[in-house]
Design a binder for this molecule. Structure first.
Ligand code: PLP
Length: 397
């Protein structure tokens, strides 16, 4: 018998990480794989942020930090919420974590009891469902439709809430679809939540700065629900700081304290040097992010132009983030040159990895088994070559 816990055995490995692992294996064998499976900016962290980290080391800033983050960084995060989101928070409402991922996990573990229902807007980011499972909650997925850019509507939410609903979770801009909720849409969702005072919301805004339509709206901006919204954000995407592991949440003070307590027993405060770097990042404003967004927009347009010519792909135009998320079910039932049948988007992803040497992630892991996610965070020439190869391989089916 396995010595591993039921909790662990029930958990799926992160599909994006699994796919990246497979493509690295092929690369190690000498194959020229273009990896579009990872949700990672291909930009370097801006120099002024790196300089602050070097300075922190030179200053001997190498000790434990307070669990919820260093005071200057918590204050800078409050300033950021005020400047960018017109939201007032006190530093004791902010918890700095080892990535937005930990902030999300802290919130789920702090709020969800066994049997509580958590409504996850689908397509969703891969880890949401597993976090809910860890907390022994029950995930209720609500699927947005292709026609509505995969955005769940307030009416759908109203119909899904029961007396056991504890939490809703979504990302906007959304990973994987790139959809961005408008003020009107989030206002309608806030109005639904206002009618159900037992329901909390976990709003994942990690892609805030990677937005091609302009306005970023936070659910917490609606005063009737602000107290029940936990807003998660971080540095990985907007400041190209994935490896530094820095994220945060803002919440009602008692919820922030609960997340701090959770974190205190698992990891303590995140890396001291990283926090100094994050402080510099925020003090530098968002201009470095704005430059990256221009590149992401150009790549999105470049990729969409090629992808629109691929028969059978139905690809909405992403409003933010750095992915395209085509519906690919037209290829189900087709036969590959070596005689196997493509039954699922996982089969299609494996075929593209082996035949086109392009790695993408099957939509199954995002709750959308008819879709596939390709990252557009790669150099322009790589993207052009990748989608040229995809087109050639698909034509063989
Ligand atoms: N939320 C979403 C929607 C993401 O795509 C990611 C990273 O891929 C995260 C959270 C986690 O970000 P971090 O690197 O800050 O842990």
């Amino acid at each position: 018998v396995s010595p591993l816990s039921n909790r662990l055995l029930a958990m799926n490995e992160s599909a994006t990480i699994a796919m990246a692992k497979k493509s690295r294996e092929l690369m190690a064998k000498g194959f020229d794989v273009i990896n579009l499976s990872f949700g990672e900016p291909d930009f370097q962290t801006p120099q002024y942020i790196k300089d602050a980290a070097k300075q922190a080391l030179d200053d001997g800033y190498t000790f434990y930090t307070p669990v919820p983050g260093i005071p200057e960084l918590r204050q800078a995060i409050c300033d950021k919420f005020k400047r960018d989101n017109q939201l007032e928070y006190l530093p004791n409402q902010i918890v700095v974590s080892t990535g937005a991922k930990q902030a999300l996990a802290n919130a789920v573990m702090s709020l969800v009891n066994p049997g509580d229902e958590v409504i996850v807007f689908s397509p969703y980011w891969v880890s949401y469902e597993e976090m809910v499972k860890l907390a022994e909650g029950t995930t209720v997925t609500l699927a947005g439709s292709l026609e509505n850019d995969y955005k769940v509507t307030a009416a759908q939410l109203e119909a899904a809430i029961t007396e056991r609903t504890k939490l809703i979770m979504y990302s906007s801009p959304c990973n994987p679809t790139g959809s961005v909720f408008t003020r009107e849409e989030l206002g309608a969702i806030a109005a639904v939540l206002a009618r159900h005072p037992q329901v909390y919301a976990l709003a994942d805004e990690i892609y805030e700065y990677i937005n091609f339509v302009g306005e970023h709206v936070s659910l917490a901006q609606f005063p009737e629900v602000k107290d029940r919204v936990i807003t998660v954000n971080g540095f990985s995407k907007g400041y190209a700081m994935t490896g530094w592991r820095l994220g945060y949440l803002a919440a009602r003070q008692d919820i922030a304290s609960a997340c701090e307590k959770m974190q205190s027993q698992i990891t303590s405060g995140t890396c001291s040097i990283t926090q100094r770097a994050g402080l510099a990042a925020l003090r530098g404003g968002r201009s470095s992010a704005d430059e990256m967004v221009e590149a992401y927009r150009r790549r999105r347009d470049l990729v969409l132009e090629i992808v629109r010519d691929i028969p059978g792909f139905k690809t909405p135009t992403p409003s933010g983030a750095f992915y395209i998320f085509p519906e690919v079910s037209a290829y189900f039932g087709r036969t590959t040159p070596d005689g196997s049948t493509i039954n699922t988007s996982m089969d299609l992803a494996m075929y593209l990895l082996n035949d086109a040497l392009v790695s993408a992630v099957s939509g199954e892991a995002f709750g959308a088994p008819d879709c596939m996610r390709f990252s557009t965070a790669a150099a322009d020439d790589k993207l052009v070559e990748a989608f040229r190869r995809v087109k050639v391989s698909l034509a063989k089916l």
